[in-house]
Write a protein that binds this ligand. Structure first.
Ligand code: COA
Length: 325
């Protein structure tokens, strides 16, 4: 049954109070949200522009919402502009009346206006709720499939979690690092330029994230592996409850507690792999010392690698991308 629905841009000043109960009604069982986290993820960052998110209004109240992301990193290597749908949510009383479809269409039109060509569900480097579509919401899979997204139930990625309370780095790992003449520690402020140069050379897809971290003043959250002769041979990002950047690693405090931290963008230079540079091990240790409880590693498929340190699968996601003509 079709209903009279108006789609308009989301206004953070006027609409946030209505969005939280809408989210809780539709998603709160599996993915409970909090007002501060919602605001920080959606609008309280410099990548947000006023038309990014849209609401559906029916009978004078907000009954649906769609969030979009546009990759607005500066200084990225030449590539097609990416963007995505971060979330679509329709109040349970209003579902199956075409409102989700209309929000989705309006979001795609908006992304097209922004010049987005490579489109994804979830994901995105700057601010995201999930890497893809959570597999604990099967109706979302059906919805996006109906909206034309290529989906394969086997195409999955996952988040991992480990409680750091009992975490200790295996002593063999420290011995191996000493033997390799490599030290792993948080970066100093005067090393930030070297970290950024390393990212641009070895992991250009993550470079903009490191630049953003530096811009926010969170250089102490860059962990570096330093070879005594070669300099930086590996890096990763740490996330703690006091991180200025609300990455997806530390968004789900409602499920994983306020002491939530995380690790992301783990990279060892290709020619240095196999040396046993235990950056995740040391990173976990640093986070425990900084008071982190649960440590979250998002958007990965290499479960066995992290499994050696006690990380286990927390939640899974279906992944999908498409080109926006
Ligand atoms: C997913 C969601 C946004 C869909 O909104 P909606 O307004 O009900 O969607 P529509 O009415 O436009 O549905 C379009 C088509 O999607 C499919 N679909 C939607 N919900 C479905 C469900 N629960 N089960 C199976 N198929 C479904 C159907 O093919 C439907 O067409 P039909 O009703 O003619 O059969 C809504 O169910 C919701 O808010 N769920 C909770 C939040 C969520 O999971 N969001 C996705 C994560 S980003």
């Amino acid at each position: 049954m079709s209903v009279k629905v108006q789609i308009r841009p989301y206004n953070p000043n006027l609409d946030t109070a209505a969005l939280l109960p809408l989210w809780q009604a539709a998603l709160g069982d599996a993915w409970p949200m909090r007002a501060d986290l919602l605001r920080r993820q959606l609008t309280e960052h410099r990548f947000y522009r006023g038309d990014d998110h849209l609401v559906a209004v029916a009978d004078g109240r907000i009954v649906g919402f769609v969030g979009t992301q546009v990759d607005r990193w500066e200084g990225l290597p030449d590539q097609k502009r990416g963007g995505g749908i971060s979330v679509v949510v329709v109040h349970p009383d209003w579902q199956r009346r075409g409102i989700g479809t209309r929000l989705h269409e309006a979001a795609l039109a908006q992304l097209r206006c922004e010049g987005v060509q490579e489109l994804r569900l979830g994901g995105g480097g700057a601010y995201r709720f999930w890497p893809g579509i959570p597999t604990d919401i099967p109706e979302a899979y059906e919805f996006f499939a109906a909206c034309g997204w290529p989906l394969d139930p086997e195409q999955r990625s996952c988040d991992l979690v480990r409680d750091l309370a009992d975490y200790h780095t295996p002593s063999a790992m420290h011995a191996r690092l000493a033997q390799e003449n490599v030290s792993v520690r948080p970066a100093r402020q005067d090393e930030v330029d070297d970290v950024l140069a390393f990212e641009f050379e070895h992991f250009p897809g993550w470079a903009a994230g490191f630049v953003y971290m530096a811009e926010l003043g969170d250089f102490q959250n860059m962990l570096v592996a330093l070879d005594a002769e070669k300099g930086i041979v590996g890096t990763l990002m740490l996330h703690t409850p006091s991180s200025r950047w609300l990455t997806a690693n530390i968004t789900w405090k409602t499920l994983l507690d306020n002491a939530l931290g995380g690790i992301s963008a783990v990279g060892v230079a290709a020619r240095e792999r196999g040396r046993g540079i235990g950056m995740v091990a040391v990173g976990s240790e640093v986070l425990r010392e900084r008071g982190v409880g649960n440590c979250h590693i998002d958007w990965t498929r290499i479960v066995d690698f992290y499994g050696k340190l006690g990380y286990t699968v927390w939640r899974e996601y279906w992944m999908s991308t498409r080109t926006l003509a």
